[in-house]
Design a protein around this ligand. Structure first.
Ligand SMILES: NC(=O)c1ccc[n+]([C@@H]2O[C@H](COP(=O)([O-])OP(=O)(O)OC[C@H]3O[C@@H](n4cnc5c(N)ncnc54)[C@H](O)[C@@H]3O)[C@@H](O)[C@H]2O)c1
Ligand SMILES: O=P(O)(O)OC[C@@H](O)[C@@H](O)[C@H](O)[C@H](O)CO
Length: 378
């Protein structure tokens, strides 16, 4: 069995690659980072170090690596004979990996089993986005790629921080992990991945994950950055940062309970477990990594505006989320291109224009006035 995985970075090596290996797949990592690909190609194994309570070290073997920027033919040939294609490249990169996946799908032999395609990104319906890009890349042959693949959305949860360059290709991760995959597209023939959970409806899972783990994480990052902290655990130990995170997550939990009819007690327990994960001092995670790409994080369906807009539409409280957005726009990190662009937009646009451009909300949306006000005060 073979899986081609795009993105040999933190989550690629530290989570998806590990679980696919444990499920018995040969993993072919595809990445555009030449140094990383060289390092993976010259290794026979790498270690995934889980840190925190009960942490263990797991070893991954049986992988190969392809530089997808220079060796597209090899990649097409591996996709043509693979069972699974996964991605962990970032939601904005999906359109760049779609054409080669389309080529690989079109190169498959007639009669071979459909290729399972699963995007493992922090975004709602990321596989649907990837599928649309693959169909578009296939042009007139879109029906052929559609018939040759099963596209399944997923939700992935494991905090994998940036890695110490001295660690080589080994990865340090938290002990917790959860990979939830929608079962329905497989029509009863889902791949066997013991570390993953297949569910009938992914919607509640991805929103619960993105609007709890990621909303809280980003709030800790932006408030931590504003308070001068470097590491997430250090930021989260700051009572003012923790207070904002807890308030924000009470608001997103109210939405999740109301919208998905989650058991409030279970959602409280889920939230508390996440707060413990943020406090994991053994995890060398930074506010700069967690806050990365603030324009993506402040976009319409993402971790702040997604829940806040839905709360506002339901007439529910949004003040803590709006406060967090006000803190987020202070994220000023010269090495993060989206942070630089956001600061430029703040200088160039009126608050009304900034809110419309960045959040995608029109002026008549019930959340817009509060956002315009918070942007005006910064
Ligand atoms: N790190 C985490 O804690 C975590 C947890 C859950 C989900 N995620 C999600 O996983 C995805 C990846 O995050 P990450 O933290 O692993 O990032 P990362 O930067 O460590 O890894 C991304 C990898 O993708 C590669 N890449 C970029 N463009 C590419 C292309 N065109 N083709 C092939 N490879 C390409 C990069 O070189 C890099 O190695 C994101 O969507 C993120 O939100 C991350
Ligand atoms: O990957 P991003 O940029 O969408 O979000 C940063 C972190 O919040 C994220 O990577 C978490 O560590 C992860 O989502 C935990 O499952």
């Amino acid at each position: 069995m073979k899986a081609v995985h795009f993105g040999a970075g933190n989550i690629g090596r530290g989570f998806i690659g590990l679980l696919l290996h444990e499920a018995g797949y040969e993993v072919v990592f595809a990445d555009v980072n030449a140094d990383l690909i060289d390092a993976i190609q010259s290794a026979d194994s790498y270690d995934v170090h889980e840190v925190g309570e009960g942490g263990r070290t797991k070893t991954v073997t049986g992988f190969r690596a392809i530089n997808s920027a220079v060796d597209e033919e090899a990649l097409v040939s591996d996709i043509a004979t693979a069972d699974i294609v996964t991605t962990a490249v970032g939601p904005n990169v999906l359109r760049f990996v779609a054409p080669v996946i389309a080529r690989g799908l079109l190169a498959r032999s007639a009669g071979c089993a459909p290729l399972a395609v699963m995007a493992c990104e922090n975004a709602i319906s990321a596989t649907d986005t990837l599928a649309a890009e693959i169909r578009s890349a296939a042009g007139e042959r879109a029906t052929e790629v559609e018939n040759g693949a099963v596209f399944a959305n997923t939700a992935v949860d494991r905090i994998v921080p940036g890695q110490d360059p001295a660690a080589g290709i080994d990865v340090t991760v938290e002990t917790f992990c959860e990979w939830v995959i929608e079962a329905e597209p497989f029509a009863g023939a889902a791949p066997v991945i013991p570390g993953a959970t297949f569910v009938d409806a992914l919607g509640p899972y991805i929103e619960r994950k993105l609007f709890t783990v990621n909303t809280g994480h980003a709030t800790a990052a932006y408030a931590g950055f504003a308070a001068g902290h470097t590491r997430i655990a250090e930021a989260f130990a700051d009572p003012a940062v923790r207070d904002l995170v807890e308030r924000v997550l009470r608001q997103t939990s109210a939405l999740l309970v109301a919208k998905h009819e989650l058991d409030p007690t279970k959602q409280d327990a889920y939230r508390e477990k996440i707060l413990v994960r943020f406090a994991n001092d053994a995890l060398p995670d930074t506010v700069v990594r967690v806050g990365r790409q603030p324009l993506r994080k402040l976009s319409r369906d993402e971790r702040f505006i997604g829940p806040a807009a839905q709360l506002a539409e339901r007439g529910m409280l949004t003040d803590d989320l709006v406060e967090a957005v006000g803190v987020a726009i202070g994220f000023d990190v010269p090495e993060d291109p989206e942070s630089v662009e956001m600061q430029q937009l703040l200088r160039d646009l009126t608050p009304e224009e900034f809110v419309e451009r960045v959040t995608g909300l029109s002026a008549d949306h019930p959340l817009s006035p509060a956002l315009v006000e918070i942007v005006s005060t910064r």
